[in-house]
Write a protein that binds this ligand. Structure first.
Ligand SMILES: Nc1ncnc2c1ncn2[C@@H]1O[C@H](COP(=O)(O)OP(=O)(O)O)[C@@H](O)[C@H]1O
Ligand SMILES: [Mg+2]
Length: 400
């Protein structure tokens, strides 16, 4: 079941948008920051580099836009070897978002957003229009914010401006280095949600850096786990990284070893579920497309509330009803099944999510790798504090 969810299998026919081929970086003082790294990012894919501080994530990212020159190996962006590309042109084709944004304090928000269009010689009216459009896209009302200055915004709002600025010239590739790490957990969680919605719209190829495994699991189509010295320990979907860590380092880093022991004794509960758009077999494809809104897929229910399957938004560009196009769903679990069963199903079907049914086979919601992870953390926390899992507050992952 590769269709639904954000986690796609690569069909192998397209060349990757970003390709690192045996890339190394040794700084002049002898520090090896990255060691023979090979990794690719498909068009429209969001790959998260995650690992502890100092493991070479920022160095890797800066080699892609050549703020740092590799000591060995080759890097391709859209098929072109960037080690020979013109720096300035290369960087204009790659949006870059960093932790403390680096807005110009004496320029208005609109001017900050339009920096790259300005450098590219766009006329003033077009820059202004573009800035307003982008502010709206990242959830900042242009009438309110366009004329303000950076110090008049909250930390979360400044991060949104940073994202808007990176998108200004509509670059196919975005590099994001810990963009949400400086804000508090609640705002971070909101920014992550908004960012996922935005990505559904813009479908950029994104390399995203974080030291936070929760954030990685939540955002990534695939996750690259790094150890010190820029060694790639595992590069796979969130479910695979969490469910079958490739090395002791990974299992330790994802903090899942304790959790794994609890998988088989922790049931799936209603509190763990997410709710993607829901359509009925008899709905017209047109109305299904509307109901899906920004989501790329929906769950399909039969008339009695049972699970009929799923449908992708691109499957709705036709006349007829949902039932004509819907795909069967092979993977599902029942409420109160163990998380271990849910995990096993998810891995077996290589699914980005799995449906949960009640005891009368009615559809309730879905589990995703991030909600599974949250459920496990809740269970581990609850045990260590001797309270019921439902009383554990997790701000970073569960409040989707
Ligand atoms: N300009 C530099 N000169 C020397 N060593 C550096 C430089 N930049 C980073 N490093 C070292 O390279 C390693 C990786 O750093 P970095 O890529 O910033 O890691 P991360 O982003 O994962 O925290 C660290 O040991 C760091 O101290
Ligand atoms: Mg860094």
């Amino acid at each position: 079941m590769n269709g639904p969810g954000r986690h796609h299998a690569d069909d192998g026919t397209e060349q990757p948008m970003i390709r690192l081929d045996g890339v190394s970086k040794r700084y002049p003082d002898g520090t090896v920051a990255v060691h023979e790294l090979t990794l690719d990012v498909q068009r429209g894919e969001l790959v998260v580099l995650v690992g502890p501080s100092g493991c070479g994530k920022t160095t890797t990212m800066k080699m892609v836009n050549r703020l740092v020159e590799p000591s060995g190996g080759r890097i391709f962006v859209d098929g072109t070897d960037v080690t020979h590309a013109d720096h300035v042109r290369l960087r204009r084709g790659i949006g870059y978002v960093i932790q403390n944004v680096g807005l110009f304090p004496h320029r208005s928000i609109a001017e900050n957003v339009a920096v790259v269009p300005e450098l590219s010689g766009w006329p003033k009216a077009r820059r202004r229009e573009r800035a307003r459009e982008l502010l709206a896209l990242v959830g900042l009302d242009p009438d309110t914010y366009a004329r303000r200055y950076p110090h008049e915004l909250s930390g979360g709002q400044r991060q949104r401006v940073g994202v808007a600025r990176a998108l200004a010239a509509d670059p196919p590739v975005l590099l994001m280095d810990e963009p949400f790490s400086a804000v508090d957990p609640v705002v971070r969680s909101q920014l992550q949600d908004e960012f996922l919605r935005l990505q559904e719209d813009v479908r950029k190829t994104i390399l995203f850096v974080t030291h936070d495994i929760e954030e990685a699991v939540r955002l990534g189509d695939r996750i690259a786990v790094f150890a010190q010295g820029g060694r790639l320990e595992q590069f796979d979907t969130p479910a695979a990284v969490l469910g079958s860590p490739a090395t002791p380092f990974v299992s330790d880093f994802v903090g899942f070893d304790r959790g794994l022991k609890r998988l088989s004794v922790t049931p799936v509960t209603r509190a763990d579920l997410e709710y993607p758009p829901l359509v009925k077999v008899s709905d017209s494809l047109r109305s299904a497309a509307t109901a899906m809104n920004t989501s790329r897929w929906a769950v399909v229910q039969d008339e009695s509330g049972g699970l009929a399957g799923w449908i992708g938004r691109e499957m709705c560009d036709a006349d007829g009803v949902v039932g004509d196009q819907a795909r069967r769903m092979e993977a599902w679990v029942a409420l109160d099944d163990s998380l271990k069963v849910a995990f096993a199903e998810m891995l077996q079907w290589n699914a980005g999510w799995i449906a949960v049914l009640d005891h009368d086979d009615r559809y309730l919601g879905v589990l995703t790798p991030s909600t599974l992870h949250a459920a496990l953390r809740r269970s581990v926390e609850a045990e260590s504090r001797s309270i019921p899992p439902s009383e554990v507050d997790l701000v970073t992952v569960s409040d989707a």
